[in-house]
Ligand binder design. Structure first.
Ligand code: CO
Length: 172
């Protein structure tokens, strides 16, 4: 089922998510719905808080060479922790909760993450380049933060002005 994605400045996006303890049907439905929702909204990642669920759950699906985002190759991460990061990279990011806006963000170039899969099994993944960006972006959601908080004061002001305008035209 496609769920509704909440958008900035909804206050729920600022809340810190909590760890999942039960790897049950509720979690599996959430993950399946998040995948459907991400595809429907044409995203490459989604955190549970973006569909209003305050749990440490995220998915990432980087399109393959055929520009497909298979469910089988979609990363499903529960209770993720970054255990290592190094390097720096600049990447133009967007977010389904901040529609119509893209801006360059500075993040670690290489990371190692530990997380659990939908069955509670422990997993480790090394990521760099775009995949590392996606991990860091989605994990920021679980902490109650958005990529726009990383903008300089001037860029943030410009964003707030443009975003208000954009959201108004969307509602008409
Ligand atoms: Co986002």
């Amino acid at each position: 089922m496609i769920r509704e994605i909440i958008t900035y400045p909804n206050k729920l996006l600022r809340e810190k998510s909590v760890d999942v303890e039960l790897f049950d049907e509720h979690l599996h439905t959430l993950l399946d719905d998040m995948y459907e929702t991400m595809i429907a909204y044409k995203g490459v990642g989604l955190a549970a808080i973006q569909v209003g669920i305050k749990e440490n759950v995220l998915i990432i699906s980087v399109p393959n060479e055929e520009d497909e985002q298979d469910k089988e190759s979609t990363i499903e991460a529960i209770n993720p922790i970054i255990t290592h990061k190094d390097g720096l990279q600049l990447f133009v990011e967007g977010c389904l909760s901040v529609p119509g806006f893209n801006e360059e963000v500075k993040r670690a170039e290489h990371i190692v993450v530990e997380y659990q899969d939908r069955f509670g099994n422990k997993q480790t993944m090394e990521a760099d380049e775009f995949l590392a960006v996606a991990w860091q972006h989605e994990m920021e959601h679980l902490e109650g933060h958005l990529f726009i908080e990383k903008l300089s004061l001037n860029k943030r002001k410009k964003f707030e002005k443009e975003y208000k305008k954009f959201m108004k035209t969307k509602k008409l």
